[in-house]
Design a binder for this molecule. Structure first.
Ligand code: GLN
Length: 478
């Protein structure tokens, strides 16, 4: 069993032809992931009991002649901001170092109902705030492609696990780019679905109006399969959409001739030259497949970072208020009064980035500043969404870079939050507009660093996004 070469289809074929059982695969995948983990620190903990129990259910279904589900036996890694009943969920924070959730996220339930085997929980920036996974309280993740570099963030552990081959697919979360940017840095596929496509129930809230759960995989098809499993209305999340979920993989027809694609001129300004060259080459590949490319304008792009960091910090300051030392979390020992206990718990528990955001968010929401900052940012958000809506009158999809630069060195940007925030300049807009967007590998720099291409489509049109990405992936391979 060559674990890193597995795909969802290969696992299925191996199980149904009885070459291996799901229990054997789970045991081997766990062994392999545990042995490889010291190289990257991608996983914070493993869930062997849960994995073996899930695998056993799959084996029993196969023995009874039942369909074991679209993810039968597939080793899955889950970002540690997504709740797993009975399995520690830390959100990369010291505050939750020992937190054992009493329930599962809906996405986790659906993965297991589809036969998926959750092998472990992956490292991430604390409460998903960051672009490098260096804000984890449990040490950074190393990029499997270049161990002296970051894997991106905040879902760096999930991207690294899939790139390293210790999981076939993984779940991440994306608020401002945390799936697409690490996917680009690690050379894997990463998908941020339409806002509301996947239930957020059991996803630890960072900025609720921007948070998405989405897949990582080594092929477009595997992300499409995983998204179909986790998507769809969930009565436990009132923002989850009641839209039909297409059979994405059945619609991957490799025929993208005539599709109209827009290349936003505002997204080409901050690009490093090699990243720009790879993107141009990628656009050439799409042209050779018969797509029509035209330049478009998304004029409000310049305001996206400022707008995002007002809205996300405002929402975060409210969401993170629950970590007070009374519920869930670790509690500071050194306090005599209740208010000291709150203060000390948060002071000792939160890392620097979370503190920065809580303070900024409290400020933009405070009386006297609310109109000037928060309300203004909401209006700018509407303009950004309108830019996309206008563009989609003319084009079927937008093609863009994911990040201005490839994976940077560990430590390179930790002391400069503004330089770090720039990582997300091209990804934040998709979250603000709530449209589906993904990163698909687009080649490597001369130094061997992966670079992703971003594809964005209309609300709920993941189908066009996957069709385009799949045709592109196939053309790159050929
Ligand atoms: N890097 C961005 C931030 O720090 C995005 C994070 C995310 O998408 N969770 O907020």
């Amino acid at each position: 069993m060559d674990i890193p070469s597995l795909t969802i289809a290969r696992v299925r074929e191996g199980l149904l032809s009885r070459r291996f059982s799901a229990a054997e695969l789970a045991a081997e995948a766990l062994r392999y992931a545990q042995a490889e983990n010291p190289k990257t620190n991608a996983y914070l903990h493993f869930s062997p009991e849960r994995a073996l129990a899930a695998a056993k259910r799959v084996d029993e279904q196969i023995a009874r002649g039942e369909d074991p589900g679209p993810l039968a036996g597939v080793p899955v890694a889950v970002k540690d901001v997504i709740l797993t009943k009975g399995v520690r969920t830390t959100c990369g924070s010291k505050l939750l170092a020992n937190y054992i959730p009493p329930y599962d996220a809906t996405a986790v339930v659906r993965i297991e109902q589809a036969g998926g085997v959750i092998v472990g929980k992956t490292n991430c920036d604390e409460f998903a705030m960051g672009s490098s996974t260096e804000n984890s309280a449990f040490g950074p993740v190393r990029n499997p492609v270049a161990p002296d570099r970051v894997p991106g963030g905040s879902s760096g552990g999930s991207a690294a696990a899939v790139a390293q081959g210790t999981a076939v697919v993984a779940l991440g979360s994306d608020t401002g780019g945390s799936i697409r940017q690490p996917a680009s840095f690690c050379g894997v596929v990463g998908v941020t679905p339409t806002y509301g496509r996947v239930s957020r129930y059991g996803l630890t809230a960072f900025a609720s109006s921007l948070d998405h759960i989405g897949p990582f995989s080594r092929s477009v098809k595997d992300s499409a399969t995983l998204l179909r499993v986790i998507a769809g209305r969930d009565p436990r999340d009132s923002t989850s959409a009641d839209a039909p979920v297409p059979d994405y993989t059945a619609l991957l027809d490799r025929n993208v001739k005539g599709l109209k694609l827009g290349l936003p001129r505002e997204y080409l300004r901050e690009l490093m030259s090699e990243t720009g060259d790879l993107l141009s080459r990628g656009v050439g590949v799409l042209q050779s497949l018969g797509c029509q490319i035209r330049e478009i304008s998304l004029p409000s792009t310049n305001y996206a970072i400022a707008c995002y960091y007002i809205i996300c910090t405002a929402e975060a300051s409210s969401n993170l208020a629950r970590y007070d030392g009374v519920r869930y979390t670790f509690r500071s020992e050194m306090s005599d009064t209740l208010s000291d206990m709150y203060r000390n718990t948060r002071g000792e528990g939160f890392g620097a980035e979370c503190k920065r955001r809580i303070m900024l968010g409290t400020y933009v929401l405070s009386a006297g500043y609310y109109d000037a900052y928060y309300l203004k940012a909401q209006k700018v958000r509407a303009l950004i969404a309108r830019d996309f809506a206008n563009a989609f009158q003319e084009v079927d999809a937008i093609v863009a870079p994911v990040s201005p630069f490839p994976a940077f060195k560990l430590g390179e940007k930790v002391d400069d939050p503004l330089a770090m925030y720039l990582s997300d300049i091209y990804t934040i807009t998709g979250d603000l507009a709530g449209i589906p967007c993904m990163s698909v590998p687009c080649g490597n720099t001369a130094g061997g660093l992966p670079v992703g291409m971003q594809i964005l489509t209309r609300h709920f049109d993941e189908t066009t996004m996957f069709r385009l990405a799949d045709a592109f992936e196939e053309a790159q391979r050929g």
